[in-house]
Design a protein around this ligand. Structure first.
Ligand SMILES: Cc1ncc(C[n+]2csc(CCOP(=O)(O)OP(=O)(O)O)c2C)c(N)n1
Length: 575
């Protein structure tokens, strides 16, 4: 009798585990502790949306798939958890391509599930079929097409593992409709078995020793810190190491916040619109330690003129990055946090770099970031600085792409990690607004401010409808220069002021637009009203959009012109 009972129990538990592909998907998301998914339904993914409906798992219905994926990126960036996106086949899938490419470039962990036409018609140009595997092959860390429902649990497990470990990135699962309707055994293992994918986490101690010795004998060391340190959650260790060795720190655009912006060892952002001190430090250094940064061309300027006297140490979890752009004498493949821990533990003899540090301090003082005020017009930098001051920097900041992005990177100081959300590698206009929604979902109690250009905002403004629905207190700041500002700046500087298609002749009434979505709208075009308006915006208990009319022809300075070296910056002082 007891044997029979046990047999029945086994059968019952087996039956419980028999489920459709779409049920498996939702069960697996729960196993992965996914709290929120971002997406948009359609034919091929309907079975999955039916399960979402039945299960009650939180789904955020963006108003365009691009909005969904950028929101998932914002969520991932701030929470450190993977962003999950569910879209239909064909246009649903192709609408997330930009976001996938964006996440790939900026190493953001995403799991994207795209519906697909049934297996029987794949390859026949069926209705809403697109070869999403082919399309996303080069812009995903990995992608899968599920052909057998029994494979689905393993694939989902692997997808989350690959997206979130090593160098994070987007993983796509293409789920044909028939597979999502078939029944199979849901066996969600806790383990993954991927012998070919074993990211190196721990550094080689002998390589670390080499770096320790190089630091001890360096006179002009500088560290270039990228988002790898943020992904590794290594900010505390970075601070400890920098203070232990008194090494000055520059960050990349995406590395902002990895090191306190108000620290005396902080030189600022390096690169095209970085600080003069950060760029000169790199140019003059005798030891350049890059950590979790990939020597992007916007950081290096002309490679021939980059850090000509420096021995280069490169610490990265992705071995493919080492030696890709810059010859490296001390390669270290490791997780940044682990490498920093080992560097601190080896506690090398401090280098003879106090004169260097003094020189850099003076450079910082002599060449601060600058702008001039004008009583007749709001300067964009002034606006951003004012919002920084009024929030005491206690906010999560997202940006779109263009001049306002660079000014925000320059004038909003980040003293804590994971409060800075921007599209660095791909430079995707339309990113900032939906990313802010995702960021606010990740951190409901921290103020979220989205700085956007008037043009970029118009690329994904349909998400006003999502904001109206969610009533998140996101502050939308349109830095409105009535132009495609960054394009206009390049045309002014490098195309003899031929402003081809960069001055926007008409604009919507942004205030009325906000009001159409039942969102508070404000317009500010007077310097005298700036403080009051910023306060009103920040104190408003709900979503608000402010159309700040700013000077149209302001340029982002300082600047490393294309083809120039980091030491050849222009606009380092007020003209
Ligand atoms: C999707 C996309 N298309 C085109 C570009 C090229 N681009 C870079 S900045 C920029 C102008 C952005 O204008 P706006 O959003 O008003 O911001 P501003 O530069 O004025 O601050 C353009 C067109 C891009 N980065 N992304």
């Amino acid at each position: 009798m007891s044997t029979k009972l046990r047999k029945n129990e086994v059968i019952a538990s087996f039956e419980k585990k028999m489920m459709t592909g779409s049920s498996m998907l939702v069960e697996a998301l729960k196993e992965e502790k996914v709290e929120v998914i971002f997406g948009y339904p359609g034919g091929a993914i309907l079975p999955t949306f039916d399960e979402i409906y039945k299960d009650g798992i939180r789904h955020i219905l963006a108003r365009h798939e691009q909005g969904a994926i950028h929101a998932a990126e914002g969520y991932a960036r701030v929470s450190g958890k993977p962003g999950v996106v569910v879209v239909t086949s064909g246009p649903g899938a192709t609408n997330v391509v930009t976001g996938i490419a964006d996440a790939m470039m900026d190493s953001l962990p995403l799991v994207v599930i795209s519906g697909q036409v049934s297996t029987a018609v794949i390859g026949t140009d069926a209705f809403q079929e697109s070869d999403v595997i082919g399309i996303t092959m080069p812009i995903t860390k990995h992608n899968y097409q599920v052909r057998d429902v029994n494979e689905l649990p393993r694939i989902i497990k692997e997808a989350f593992h690959i997206a979130t470990t090593g160098r994070p990135g987007p993983v796509l699962i293409d789920l044909p409709k028939d597979v999502s309707l078939e029944t199979g055994l849901f066996d969600y293992s806790k383990e993954v078995n991927l012998p070919g994918y074993q990211p190196t986490i721990m550094p080689n101690k002998l390589q670390i020793r080499k770096l320790v010795e190089a630091v001890s004998s360096a006179k002009k060391p500088v560290m270039l810190v990228g988002a790898g340190v943020l992904h590794a959650k290594g900010s505390k260790e970075l601070l400890e190491y920098a203070e232990q060795q008194q090494i000055p720190i520059a960050t990349t655009l995406l590395g902002l916040g990895a090191f306190p912006g108000n620290h005396e060892l902080f030189l600022g952002m390096a690169g095209m619109h970085g600080t003069y001190a950060a760029n000169m430090a790199i140019y003059q250094s005798d030891l350049l330690i890059s950590m979790g940064s990939r020597f992007d061309d916007r950081v290096t300027g002309n490679l021939q003129k980059f850090a000509p006297n420096a021995k280069v140490a490169h610490i990265d979890i992705d071995p493919a990055e080492i030696g890709k752009n810059i010859e490296t004498q001390i390669p270290i493949v490791a997780d940044a946090k682990e490498a920093l821990k080992e560097l601190v533990a080896q506690n090398g003899v401090k280098g003879q770099n106090s004169v260097w540090n003094e020189d850099l301090k003076q450079l910082k003082q002599e060449f601060p970031l600058w702008f001039t005020e004008d009583p007749t017009v709001i300067k964009p930098q002034q606006l951003i600085e004012r919002i920084y001051e009024k929030t005491n920097g206690e906010a999560i900041v997202t940006t779109d792409v263009g001049q306002h992005q660079m000014w925000t990177a320059q004038f909003f100081k980040f003293n804590k990690p994971n409060r800075w959300v921007t599209s660095g590698g791909l430079g995707t206009m339309g990113f900032g607004f939906p990313a802010a929604i995702g960021a606010q979902l990740a951190e409901p109690n921290t103020p979220v401010i989205a700085f956007m250009g008037d043009a970029g905002f118009q690329m994904t403004l349909q998400e006003l409808s999502l904001l109206q629905e969610l009533r998140l207190p996101v502050k939308l700041v349109i830095v409105n220069n009535a132009s495609l500002g960054m394009v206009r700046q390049w045309q002014q500087l490098f195309f003899e002021e031929r402003y081809s298609n960069s001055l926007v002749p008409v604009q919507p009434d942004f205030v009325k637009l906000a009001e159409a979505y039942d969102i508070k709208g404000m317009r500010v075009d007077n310097v005298a009203d700036l403080d009051r308006a910023v306060e009103e915006m920040l104190n408003h208990d709900g979503p608000v959009l402010v159309d700040f009319r700013v000077a149209q022809k302001e340029n982002v300075y300082p600047m490393v012109a294309p083809g120039a070296g980091l030491h050849e910056m222009i606009g380092v002082k007020p003209q």
